[in-house]
Design a protein around this ligand. Structure first.
Ligand code: ADP
Length: 191
C-alpha cells in the first residue's frame, strides 16, 4: 500500500493537493479536519466536543482524534492506500498511527511537507474564510494561534518520519500544478 502523510501548517495547500493525488493514485483521502467538520454539521457528540477546540484554533484531544481516525480507516474495504491530511498532528498521534498500521501489516510510506511562509499562510486563510464559512478562518488571532499550535505541537512530527528516512520537503509557493508535479516526483522516486 502507498500511505502518504501530507504535512504542513494550516493554509499550506494540503487539501488542494490531496484532491489531485486521490485522482492520480486512487488513494483514500482522510482529512481529520473534514471529518470533524462533518460531525459538527451532523451535530454528533464528537462534533460538539471537537467544535469547542476547533473554534479556538486548538487541537482536539489525541485520544478522541486517534479513535476517530482508526475507525475511518477501518471503514475502507480493500484500500489501495491512504492520504492522511491533518493527521498525525502530535507525536502521540504519530506513535498510534504507526502501531495501528503495523497491526494491518502496512506503514507510512512517506511524509511530504508543504512549506509556506507565515505571512502567506495568514493571507490565504483569511481569503478562504471569506467563502468557506469556517469560523477558524475568519479571525486573524485564531489563525495565528493555529500556526503557533502547529509550530509548538505539530512541527516535531516531521522529526519522527525524518529519523526513519521517510520525510521530504516541498516548496508550497507557486502554481498548484508545479507543486503537484514536485509531490508526484517524490512519490514516484519512492515507488
Ligand atoms: P487547517 O490545516 O487549515 O488548520 P484542518 O481542517 O486540518 O485545517 O483542521 C482544523 C482544526 O481541526 C484544527 O485546528 C484542530 O482543531 C482540528 N484538528 C484537525 N486535525 C486534528 C488532529 N489530528 N488532532 C487534533 N485536532 C485536529
Amino acid at each position: 500500500m502507498l500511505n502518504i502523510v501530507l504535512f504542513g501548517p494550516p493554509g499550506a495547500g494540503k487539501g488542494t493537493q490531496a484532491a489531485k493525488l486521490v485522482e492520480k493514485y486512487k488513494l483514500t483521502h482522510l482529512s481529520t479536519g473534514d471529518i470533524f467538520r462533518a460531525n459538527i454539521k451532523g451535530n454528533t457528540e464528537l462534533g460538539v466536543l471537537a467544535k469547542s477546540y476547533m473554534d479556538k484554533g486548538n487541537l482536539v484531544p489525541d485520544e478522541v482524534t486517534i479513535q476517530m481516525l482508526e475507525s475511518e480507516v477501518n471503514k475502507i474495504k480493500n484500500p489501495v492506500g491512504f492520504i492522511f491530511d491533518g493527521f498525525p498532528r502530535t507525536t502521540p498521534q504519530a506513535d498510534a498511527l504507526e502501531k495501528f498500521l503495523n497491526s494491518k501489516d502496512t506503514s507510512i510510506s512517506l511524509m511530504l511537507a508543504l512549506e509556506v511562509a507565515v505571512d502567506e499562510l495568514v493571507k490565504r486563510l483569511l481569503l478562504r474564510g471569506v467563502d468557506s464559512q469556517r469560523p477558524d478562518d475568519q479571525n486573524e488571532t485564531i489563525i495565528r494561534n493555529r500556526i503557533e499550535v502547529y509550530n509548538n505541537q505539530t512541527a516535531v512530527v516531521a522529526d519522527y518520519y525524518s529519523s526513519k528516512g521517510k520525510f521530504e520537503k516541498i516548496n508550497g509557493i507557486g502554481a498548484i500544478e508545479d507543486i503537484f508535479n514536485a509531490i508526484c516526483l517524490n512519490i514516484n522516486n519512492y515507488n
